[in-house]
Design a protein around this ligand. Structure first.
Ligand code: 9MR
Length: 584
């Protein structure tokens, strides 16, 4: 059981060479004394006075903040502000190595179509294979919730494997895209941070870094979602695969809900792939192209298969540029209704260019409105750069990561935009008493991924400039997620004292009576959401709380407390970045 925590601090601990802040919210104007003592002996190591009290603009809390960044001795400590102590926490170098691996292992535990054995999943999280009948699945035919009619198709496909998206059993190509990209990008940037044998997964002894084994599991699914050439709309990818009706929360294991059209009333039940879309096709093109260059040295045949599929997808999307996602017929999945696909075209072209060097892709990039702009830049709207729907930044990041024939000047211009965007996030973070690198516009469904994705931009600014202040900014973004926030909650399971325990997840429902396990360590939830978008948030009256406090650790709150592949992927990226950056 988690404990109530009274101070805001990183409950998982602090990097020896990183910034270290803890805070007390209290309506007193004067500065307060603080001490840092060794947990075992109670001996005070250093002490000081809190920084001048600062009123947090978003929560209204008056914060008294202890800065003990100068203390760099590894150990286990307690920080006390006035008479309020923390729980013991660590200061050390290896805080994020374990988190990187746990956050990555999440993906194995989300695999569909394979039994999770005790050997790799651990006793608590082992389970039978889910949705084996995705191997032979038909396209939905009928009318969607918006009244659009879909014809279905005459053939069935193999839609097996892949990762479940989140707490539900859907598998969505659009969201698979940014998730695979983020993990592949982490590998591409920091190849020596990942190796074979990192993870407890069946492929751990095959000579290939486990992170790539894991992304391949999803890639193979994405490739299966592509309509074979020769069929109508050949080369396009189906948008998604999911149940027609939501399966129950929490008690239904994935095996209970197969493609059982016959099981209930055939008309409204069952599991289907849904119409192909331009967005899904471009997500496939982008990730498969990225995989094509990464896999070259590991498995040439697979790399070539990826490039071929990516180019076919690109061609198909060019031929069918406006097939947009519909609305879920029935209520068994999310829409991921990505209706602007121009950014996805740009992203896919960047990946194809970086992998093939073909002039046609370069020409496309140069003509795109996204070339030499960067989402999130001051004056360009909301303060975030990327999410499942907005993917142009992914393409630009690839252009500055992978050597291409683009000129130094072109690349520097893009780098400059990334740094300027990071500067905007750094200012937002400095103005926020809880060091959150998002402003009110970022507190949407999945806000924690907005924090992480903005942290990626800050990390890239460090890579580009070498300026260590960006490193601190990334570290403080992680502090926010691990407990330095107004809820004094760690949003990551297993990392802290008061951590995520009741995610919206069908299997990790934390219900011992039903035999359902708690979340495994290293899973991040969606986080505070300004909008009230689920019945639990509504019933609890979260709307009456300040925006960053509109969160509840309850299984029913899918709009604040679900888990998702596109949220854990940037957790892997940022944790691995911090682990590496702060090793001395
Ligand atoms: O992350 C998605 C969020 O941006 C949307 O606002 C929300 C509603 O459409 O859907 C979220 O994605 C969910 C998806 O639709 C179904 N699987 C669970 C996802 C995370 O909650």
């Amino acid at each position: 059981m988690s404990k109530a925590v009274q101070l805001s601090y990183n409950q998982a601990g602090y990097l020896r060479h990183g910034p270290k802040f803890a805070a007390l919210a209290r309506e007193t104007s004067g500065q307060l004394p603080w001490t840092l003592s060794e947990a075992a002996t109670g001996v005070v190591q250093i002490q000081g006075i809190t920084l001048p009290a600062y009123r947090d603009p978003l929560t209204g809390a008056l914060l008294h903040c202890a800065d003990f960044s100068s203390f760099k001795t590894a150990g286990v400590y307690i920080i006390q502000i006035d008479e309020i102590p923390s729980e013991p926490f660590r200061i050390g170098d290896n805080l994020y190595g374990t988190l990187t691996r746990d956050a990555l292992h999440f993906f194995y535990l989300m695999r569909s179509g394979i039994a999770l054995t005790e050997q790799y999943a651990g006793k608590a999280w082992a389970r039978p294979a889910g949705h084996l009948s995705d191997k032979d699945i038909r396209a939905f035919a009928g009318t969607d919730a918006q009244g659009t009619k879909w014809d279905g198709c005459s053939f069935s496909i193999d839609g097996s494997g892949g990762w479940y998206d989140a707490g539900d059993y859907g598998k969505y190509v659009v969201n698979g895209g940014i998730s695979v990209w983020t993990l592949q990008n982490a590998f591409e940037r920091m190849p020596d941070s990942f190796s074979d044998g990192d993870l407890a997964i069946p492929e751990q002894q095959n000579g290939i870094p486990d992170i790539l084994d894991e992304t391949r599991w999803e890639l193979e699914f994405l490739l299966r979602m592509q309509i074979p050439s020769g069929q109508p709309l050949g080369g396009m990818a189906f948008h998604k695969l999911h149940d027609r009706v939501w399966s129950g929360v929490p008690a239904e294991l994935p095996t209970y809900m197969d493609n059982n059209n016959e099981m209930k009333d055939g008309a409204s039940w069952g599991r289907y792939v849904y119409e192909p879309t331009t967005a899904a096709t471009l997500n496939l093109a982008a990730c498969a192209a990225q995989a094509g260059r990464i896999w070259k040295t590991f498995d040439k045949a697979f790399a070539e298969r990826c490039i071929t599929a990516a180019e076919q997808a690109w061609e198909a999307a060019r031929t069918n540029p406006i097939i947009l996602a519909g609305n879920v017929p029935g209520a068994g999945g999310g829409n991921y209704d990505d209706v602007n696909v121009e950014d996805d075209f740009y992203w896919a072209a960047c990946e194809l260019y970086a992998s093939t060097g073909k002039p046609e892709y370069e020409a496309f990039i140069r003509n795109s409105p996204y070339f030499k702009t960067f989402q999130g830049l001051n004056g360009h709207g909301a303060a975030y750069s990327m999410n499942w729907a907005d993917t142009a930044a992914l393409g630009s990041i690839t252009l500055v990561t992978v050597k291409t024939a683009l000129s130094e000047k072109d690349i520097n211009e893009i780098k400059d935009l990334i740094v300027k965007t990071a500067d905007r996030y750094a200012v937002i973070q400095r103005n926020d008493a809880y060091a959150t690198p998002i402003d009110a516009s970022g507190f949407v469904w999945g806000s924690n991924s907005m924090v992480l994705n903005n942290a990626i931009i800050l990390a890239l600014a460090h890579d580009i400039t070498g300026d260590r202040s960006y490193l601190s900014a990334v570290s403080r973004a992680m502090d926010y997620l691990l407990g330095y926030n107004s809820l004094r909650k760690s949003f990551v399971s297993g990392y802290g004292i008061d951590t995520l325990e009741h995610p919206h997840h069908r299997f990790w429902a934390n219900d011992p009576v039903k035999g359902l396990p708690p979340p495994p360590p290293g899973v991040i939830c969606g986080g505070p959401n300004a909008q009230i978008q689920d019945p639990v948030a509504e019933a609890l009256g979260l709307i009456h709380r300040p925006i960053p406090m509109r969160y509840v650790d309850e299984i029913g709150s899918f709009a604040t407390n679900e888990v998702a592949i596109n949220w854990n992927a940037p957790l892997v990226w940022v944790a691995s970045f911090l682990h590496r950056a702060f090793q001395r």
